[in-house]
Design a protein around this ligand. Structure first.
Ligand code: TXA
Ligand code: MG
Length: 450
């Protein structure tokens, strides 16, 4: 039987190709693009078919809300009510690796929002992402829903070649599934090759939908930075807290969101993250279980003297700064996973309990604990090494009125309309509004991304 497959295209960062990509998005196509954190897989957040295709391609449950990427304050304020706290962090940290959860406006397209009353907004600082989003906005688009460009639950891609191979794999899997299921048809899927992502892990997700700000996903912007900007302590709502006995109650308080799942960002093979002191017994155990080929990061050669392991990949020392570790983390886990290894071992530079309590390391430890959660809790069979496809999910999305999204998709009424006019002025203290709403006009004056 012939598989009907959408076309893949790899674009350069020439402005003509970025403009083409913006038009492709606007029409309902899918475009992967670089951001300063990881690559995103973008779709027009106002187009139901495009968002459905995105969920289907990633095999992501349709009730997990996506982050809407916007070009600036005017587009942000068409999705959400920007409260004073939001304006303060936006002024200090946008464009940049920070996603804000805000109360959503009533009549907006809900396709990417997972039926939440809130919306996640992010204005990335990567020059290619900014060029793409500005052009998308200039041709009447309001926001690009963009999860990381990997199959659901897997490692986020930080390099263009990883994006291309993940996309081709997802497109192929989608085409095969469509022989059997009623998955939506895929539009053509493009990617912009903008080199490697800088930060290497995802944005921080800051919930500002209530008057008690909290971080739902630690990320590139640390809680210390957020606390300095907002002048108050900001708790981290750890996924562990969700899994405890209070799960049912917590579910009412927290949305279903992949960023809060215990197992996520995971390689396919078993991953053991260890303190140096636990390495010898773990090696003995793995050897006894019949493991023979390992990929190692942060393991000194002499630790292996007692065993006859074959080393499929040895990555040397683990960086001792969280920023460098974040930059390398997904890239290294991916190459370890793709090696001939039967299991992956990472030894951290200090005991994990110490690093866990260090706000600078919070995001890296969060990712590495989730990447190794399934192995640690025996949720994957360590000897089942087949690279499995992510499982299928119910893709039903609530039907939305076409009228709402057509209205929403209208290009800005007049070219003279300024961000001031389209923003919810009544919500802002006058002084703050005057300062902050200049945002779109003075992006570059806001300074470099931290
Ligand atoms: O760095 C990033 O944020 C990357 C790049 C591409 O921008 N994007 C990304 O998207 O990581 P994704 O879909 O993989 O993660 C989105 C996370 C969810 O896991 C969830 O935690 C949170 O954003 N989220 C989205 N909408 C939410 C909402 N309404 N309430 C709470 N959390 C939400
Ligand atoms: Mg993701």
């Amino acid at each position: 039987m012939i598989m009907e497959q959408a076309n893949f295209r790899r674009l350069s960062t020439d402005s003509s190709e970025i403009n083409e990509a913006a038009s492709h998005l606007r029409r309902g196509g899918i475009v992967a693009f670089p951001t300063e954190t990881v690559y995103g897989l973008g779709a027009n957040a106002a187009k139901q078919a495009a968002v459905e295709a995105l969920f289907a391609l990633k095999q992501r449950p349709s009730d997990h809300p996506l982050i809407i990427h916007v070009s600036g304050l005017a587009d942000a304020s068409s999705w959400a009510k920007l409260n004073p706290l939001a304006l303060r962090v936006i002024g200090a940290l946008w464009p940049g690796p920070l996603s804000l959860i805000l109360p959503r406006r009533p009549a907006i397209p809900m396709h990417a929002l997972g039926a939440q009353k809130t919306v996640a907004l992010r204005c990335p600082s990567h020059p290619v992402a900014r060029a793409l989003l500005s052009q998308f906005s200039a041709i009447g688009g309001k926001g690009v829903a963009a999860p990381s460009a990997n199959p659901y639950g897997k490692l986020s891609p930080t390099d263009p070649d990883h994006v291309e191979s993940d996309m081709r794999r997802m497109m192929y899997a989608h085409a095969s599934r469509r022989l059997r299921l009623s998955d939506p048809k895929l539009p053509d899927c493009w990617m912009i090759d903008g080199g490697s992502s800088d930060a290497g892990i995802e944005s921080t997700v800051l919930d500002l939908s209530t008057d008690e700000p909290r971080v739902l996903r630690p990320g590139v912007i640390s809680r210390e930075q957020l606390e300095a900007v907002l002048g108050m302590p900001i708790p981290l709502i750890k996924p562990q807290a969700i899994e405890a006995k209070t799960q049912k109650r917590s579910n009412l308080l927290l949305p279903k969101a992949s960023g809060t799942l215990l197992s996520h960002y995971a390689p396919n093979k078993p991953l053991y993250v260890l303190d140096q002191s636990l390495l010898a017994p773990k090696l003995a155990e793995l050897h006894q279980q019949g493991f023979r080929r390992l990929a190692l990061w942060g393991v000194e050669a002499q630790s292996l003297d007692a065993y006859e392991f074959e080393i499929s990949l040895g990555l040397g020392a683990v960086p001792d700064s969280p920023e460098s570790m974040a930059q390398l983390l997904y890239r290294q886990l991916r190459s370890m996973d793709e090696s001939e290894a039967e299991a992956l071992i990472v030894v951290l530079p200090s005991p994990i309990d110490m690093l866990r309590d260090d706000k600078g390391w919070e995001a890296v430890i969060d990712r590495i604990e989730r990447a190794s959660y399934a192995t640690k809790h025996g949720l994957i069979n360590p000897k089942a090494l087949a690279k499995s496809d992510p499982v299928g999910h119910d893709m039903a999305l609530p039907a939305d009125s076409d009228m709402i999204f057509e209205q929403f998709e209208q290009p800005l009424q007049s070219p003279q309309q300024t961000p001031q006019q389209s923003a919810p002025q009544q919500m802002l203290p006058a002084q703050e509004a005057a300062d902050d709403l200049d945002f779109d006009m003075s992006f570059d004056d806001l300074g470099a991304n931290p």
